[in-house]
Design a protein around this ligand. Structure first.
Ligand code: GLU
Length: 418
């Protein structure tokens, strides 16, 4: 399916093929599990503030429809392509299945640079994009959420556009909305909190004492920043943080509150007065106990994996480690990997809670939500670790095997139509 041609899609397929070989999935079932069920590309015309009309490419890919509606984020980033979206949708499928959520995976977004658009332009873009997607999304069809470059406000505009079309408020059409219009308490923090919780479980597993541990975090957006604060609460010292514009390092530990203030002021962690400047590549190879890539895919590759120096690799981002780098990490039992589909699953888990609350119009307390989140993560962590140990396979292979196998089982039970 060359419409999806993109290095990230090839990477997702390569991972799938390895899992399919390990699970001995017959040839007849493979492509049916692998390729997205539906993909939509739309042209999104937007009037810029200077009066010019610009047309942006918008995408939505729904990977499989076997277990319920599809679920996944909307990304606003200049380099978005259909193939990258398809890969991210596939990973959402395995993530939802690993967490036992009644969803198929989806992903979407618009190729645009939200950092260089006014609030008015972003609103017009979001509303027009949502309008183009109306026949394709809905509480029982496909439920968008935030991802890189989108936030609660973008979700509020999506919810409003869909609701105006339906003629009544339809909060369950998106998750990650503001709490005031049907969002869930704890959704904004969910991914980072989950990453922090799973790292604490990994520290227990390898016998690492949190109060003596150091961490480096790539990305200081919603996932990276909440993870850093959450790790600090466990007693971990955050020594390096980077984002798209640069990085900062302080061997004595970064003051996160001051760093957050600096980011609010300057929109980047670069040039933080209380740290030395470092570039992204240095962050990934910083000697530390816990490395958290929480930005883009394909960051740890054959080119730099030999220089990674950490004991826990916690993948806050989707697809940060390439299969070539995995081959090297497989030979490094000293590095404990919390693979992306497990590590960052807290976000979609609380999205699921938000959708359930919206459908029932009955809302839970933040304590209930965090308790339920940690319980689901605990169970998935234990299942993955047990399988990895029992079958002597990597944590990634174990997590993907659990996810892929559940989708495969469901497809087998439902059968091939007609
Ligand atoms: N974009 C997030 C992810 O990659 C969240 C998806 C969701 O909440 O539906 O998992």
């Amino acid at each position: 399916m060359h419409v999806y041609d993109h290095p990230t899609f090839h990477m997702a397929c390569q991972q799938f093929d390895l899992v399919a070989d390990r699970l001995d999935i017959p040839a007849n079932d493979r492509d049916r599990l692998k390729y997205p069920k539906r993909a939509l590309t739309v042209a999104v015309p937007v009037r810029r503030d200077d009066g010019k009309v610009e047309v942006f490419a918008g995408y939505r890919v729904q990977h499989h429809l076997t277990l319920g509606p599809t679920k996944g984020g909307m990304r606003y980033h200049p380099d978005m392509t259909l193939g990258e979206v398809a890969a991210l949708a596939m990973w959402m499928s395995w993530k939802c299945a690993l967490m036992n959520l009644p969803y198929g995976g989806a992903k979407g977004g618009v190729a645009c640079d939200p950092g260089h658009m006014s609030a008015g332009e972003l609103e017009r873009l979001t509303r027009r994009f949502t309008q183009e997607l109306i026949p394709f999304i809905g509480p029982q069809v496909d439920i968008p959420a935030p991802d890189l470059g989108t936030n609660e406000q973008v979700m509020a505009w999506m919810m409003d556009t869909y609701s105006v079309h339906a003629g009544h408020a339809t909060p369950a059409v998106v998750t990650g909305k503001p709490v005031a219009i049907g969002g869930s308490l704890g959704r904004r923090e969910a991914t980072g909190r989950g990453v922090g919780y799973l790292i604490s479980r990994a520290m227990d597993t390898i016998g690492l004492n949190a109060s003596q541990a150091t961490a480096a975090v790539q990305g200081f957006g919603n996932v990276g920043s909440v993870t850093a604060f959450s790790l600090a609460r466990y007693g971990v010292k955050i020594i390096a943080v980077s984002d798209a514009l640069g990085g900062t390092f302080n061997a004595g530990g970064l003051d996160l509150v001051k760093l957050q203030e600096h980011v609010t002021r300057t929109r980047t962690v670069a040039n933080f007065p209380e740290g030395e400047s470092i570039i992204n590549e240095q962050l990934l190879t910083t000697p530390c106990d816990i490395l958290v890539p929480a930005a883009m895919e394909r960051q740890i590759t054959a080119a730099n994996v030999h220089r990674i120096q950490c004991r826990i690799l916690a993948e806050g981002a989707n697809g940060p480690t390439t299969p070539e780098a995995d081959l090297v990490l497989d030979q490094r039992p000293d590095v404990f990997i919390i693979p992306d589909i497990l590590c960052n699953a807290g976000g979609v888990v609380v999205s699921y809670f938000e959708w359930v609350q919206d459908l029932q119009s009955f809302f839970w307390t933040e304590t209930e939500i965090t308790d339920k989140l940690f319980r689901l993560l605990e169970s998935a962590f234990n299942q993955t670790l047990t399988l990895s140990r029992k079958q002597k396979i990597s944590m990634r292979m174990a997590a993907l095997s659990l996810g892929v196998n559940r989708v495969r089982e469901a497809k087998k039970l439902r059968g091939l139509f007609p």
